[in-house]
Design a protein around this ligand. Structure first.
Ligand code: PBG
Ligand code: ZN
Length: 323
């Protein structure tokens, strides 16, 4: 007790602080999301996500080189197809927008790991994450399409697939389909505890995937629930998930910690579009030190128990970490 014990002794200078620091953030922890769009020579800035762009395939080589040069190990791809339809056909087409993007990156920078988001909302005319029947997403028909999508990504050269749809049983369906096609070495990073969140607002502008009717509450999780996140994660692990994810991250740090305590699989946290937009907006207004808030936020996710962070800040953070 005070005055014998004085915690400030170990905060006296930077060397003491370095010595007793419990958590660290590394460029190795980061995955950068990329939005790939149809057409040529496109680099459209996303207005609600300053510094993030929709890129056409021909712009990817240069981008991939820069990302790899910064030491970031992986990207996760989202696609904006030229044509959307009821069944999200472009999502599992051999020459779909994401399939083209995978081939382009693996051709130019093979060392950069390419992860794909496996979902249908960017590809369906109605903007929902699956096949619609009687006004709602039909679970079992959707998982067949998701399995086709995952196999199609693997065929194009993806290093890992990440289902983000929240259908029941999709991890097992994808695992089985990948194994049948000879892709038993391709891991699955499952969006296991994915909440129905207002923090996805800017992403829906970026990916042009806002639902045309209703919302996603019949498949994404209720923000009030925590025990349910454990059940969802347990199922995904049982079905074959190699990495489990919590999304969003910042408002769900307690969920990350519960998963960390409960399971021993690697945990990913998705620092989503709205979390990025808030920091950028407040920084622009001159209300916060954006760089310090960014680093503190990413560190909080590590401290909560995340091993991996998907973040639009990946390049900014890599530059800070490299100084
Ligand atoms: C697709 C998907 C979404 C995000 C990642 N994958 C949007 C959604 O579910 O509406 C959100 C990512 C972000 O906000 O940064 N299912
Ligand atoms: Zn979706």
């Amino acid at each position: 007790m005070f005055p014998d014990y004085r915690p400030r002794r170990l905060r006296k200078n930077e060397n003491f602080r370095r010595m007793v620091r419990e958590t660290s953030l590394s460029v190795n922890d980061l995955i950068l999301p990329l939005f790939v769009t149809f057409g040529k020579n496109k680099k459209n800035e996303i207005s609600s996500m300053p510094g993030q762009f929709q890129l056409s395939v021909d712009k990817l080589a240069e981008e991939a080189k820069e990302i790899h040069g910064l030491g970031i190990p992986a990207v996760i791809l989202f696609g904006i197809p030229e044509h959307k339809d009821e069944l999200g056909t472009d999502a599992y087409a051999d020459n779909g927008i994401v399939q083209q993007a995978i081939r382009e990156i693996k051709k130019t920078v093979p060392e950069l790991m390419v992860i794909t988001d496996v979902c249908l909302c960017e590809f369906t005319s109605h903007g929902h994450c699956g096949f619609i029947e009687k006004g709602d997403v039909d679970n079992d028909q959707t998982i067949d399409l998701l399995a086709r999508e995952a196999v199609s990504h693997a065929k194009a050269g993806a290093d890992m697939v990440a289902p983000s749809d929240m259908m029941d049983g999709r991890v097992a369906a994808i695992r089985e389909a990948l194994d049948e096609e000879g892709y038993d070495d391709i891991p699955i990073m499952a969006y296991s505890a994915k909440y129905s969140s207002a923090y996805y607002g800017p992403f829906r502008e970026a990916a042009e995937s806002t639902p045309q009717f209703g919302d996603r509450r019949s498949y994404q999780m209720d923000p009030a629930n925590s025990d349910e996140a454990l059940r969802e994660t347990e199922l995904d692990i049982a079905e074959g998930a190699d990495i489990v994810m919590v999304k969003p991250a910042l408002a769900y740090l307690d969920i990350i910690r519960r998963l960390k305590d409960e399971f021993d699989h690697p945990i990913a946290a998705y620092n989503v579009s709205g979390e990025y937009a808030m920091v950028k907006a407040a920084e622009k207004a001159g209300w916060i030190d954006g760089e310090r808030v960014m680093m503190e936020t990413l560190l909080s996710m590590k401290r909560a128990g995340a091993d991996i962070i998907l973040t639009y800040f990946a390049k900014d953070a890599a530059r800070v970490l490299g100084r």
